[in-house]
Design a binder for this molecule. Structure first.
Ligand SMILES: *Cc1c(COP(=O)(O)O)cnc(C)c1O
Length: 407
């Protein structure tokens, strides 16, 4: 990508998120093409980056959406995703969310417990509708990733065990208000090894075979998301390896393959721009204080995640020394990187935090009454705003009317 980062930072201000839409398109088509010859839907995991323009960009390319709240379902619909390509996942759904999803006639609801299935059945009955459902199976596979983002082991809250899944399918199949059309698993995020995915897919495919044997015809086989990306020097899975492993596991089954990539699609499309406020040294330790903070991009604080950090437009020959790049928020955990080799920096120098397109803006908060950053898209060499910078007025809007009416 050939963009003038400095000009962008000038034009839109900092802190700022920038997404390369051509990169996103390339990722989508690479993955979709790797499914060639099979029925497939790539359901973009909206939670990774739910900006309407990002979703709309993917929708135009033919992507579906994987949503984890009715809010995300509505974002997907607003952005133009075909309703029959929208799935609603997540471990807990309110009745009103279930009702709205059924009324909006999306492809299916992914269920994660027997109790949830009973709620969905009840709501569907009230509406006089048949709910298309899928059950999230927990195949008890160690995804060999960060424990915070591992979801496929029995000890965590996601999905149901194989036996339970089978009982649920038998129940759903008999119910007048449930139609079990899919099966689902998602074993974790940032997966860089193929074998856990392949193992999980094989286990779940066997369950599909045993269900088909008792006339429960599963049509959608959803392998979840989680394809790992390169933040640093990781060696990760290619789209072709990924789909070949899935083809292998599902051999002989007449099904539509679904996957739910989030990070894969957008992480490396994005960058976070922040400006240097000043430097300081405490007890010999160097700190670069910037205008962005953990409320804008929390991954380093939350997961100790690595993001490559670079100073823009600095002479490559200048000697670097290690510095912690920190924000103004009142928490020791407010950092983007530790011991980052950086040249001497001064006020208004621009810093780019790379690979910030996934779980960046979507995890942003207003902590310390900081307004959320603006978001910009780059497409075909042109930049455009896709979300305005939030203002103080935006932040207090829902509180102001209550001022002065205390008892
Ligand atoms: C978070 C999540 C995804 C996306 O994960 P990535 O690692 O971003 O690909 C997909 N499916 C489900 C059910 C999820 O919870």
């Amino acid at each position: 990508m050939n963009i003038d980062t400095k000009a962008l930072a000038e034009k839109y201000g900092t802190p700022l998120y920038m997404y390369d839409f051509d990169y996103i398109e390339n990722r989508y088509t690479t993955l979709k093409d790797a499914f060639a010859g099979k029925k497939s839907i790539v359901n973009y995991a909206v939670k990774a980056n739910s900006n309407l323009s990002v979703i709309a960009h993917l929708a135009k390319l033919g992507a579906g959406a994987d949503c984890v709240s009715i809010g995300e379902v509505n974002r997907a619909l607003t952005a133009g995703v075909d309703k029959y390509k929208i799935i609603f996942s997540g471990v807990g759904k309110r009745d009103d969310e279930i009702r709205e999803a059924l009324q909006k006639d999306i492809l299916m609801l992914n269920l994660e417990s027997e109790a949830e299935m009973k709620r969905v059945e009840l709501v569907a009955k009230e509406l006089g509708k048949e709910a298309r459902i899928s059950i999230r199976v927990n195949p008890n596979i160690d995804p060999q990733t960060h424990p915070y983002i591992s979801t496929g082991l029995h000890e965590n809250k996601f999905g149901v065990e194989l036996d339970m899944a089978k009982r649920m399918y038998i129940y759903a199949n008999k119910s007048e208000f449930l139609n079990p059309v899919g099966i689902h698993f998602h074993i974790g995020s940032q997966l860089t090894k193929l074998s856990p995915i392949q193992e999980a897919a094989s286990i779940v495919a066997d369950l599909v075979r045993s269900l088909k044997a008792i006339k429960i015809d599963i049509k959608f086989f959803d392998v979840g998301g989680g394809i790992g990306v390169v933040y640093d020097d990781e060696v990760t899975i290619t789209a072709a390896e990924y789909t070949q492993a899935i083809f292998q596991a599902t051999k002989g089954l007449d099904i539509t393959l679904l996957c739910e990539p989030g990070r894969y699609m957008v992480a490396n499309a994005g960058a976070f721009f922040t400006k240097v406020l000043y430097e300081k040294v405490n007890a010999g330790k160097r700190f670069v204080i910037v205008d962005g903070a953990m409320n804008d991009l929390i991954r380093p604080s939350l997961y100790d995640a690595y993001h490559k950090i670079e100073a823009v437009g600095v002479d490559a020959n200048v000697e670097t020394t290690p510095a912690d790049v920190v924000g103004p928020v009142c928490e020791s955990g407010d950092f983007f990187g530790k011991n980052v080799p950086l040249p001497p920096l001064s006020h208004n120098d621009l810093i780019v935090v790379q690979s910030a397109g996934a779980y960046g803006f979507t995890m942003a908060s207003n902590y310390n009454t900081r307004s959320k950053p603006a978001e910009v898209a780059i497409q075909g060499g042109k930049d455009r705003l896709i979300r305005k910078r939030e203002t103080y007025d935006d932040q207090v809007r829902l509180e102001l009317e209550y001022l002065g009416v205390m008892g």
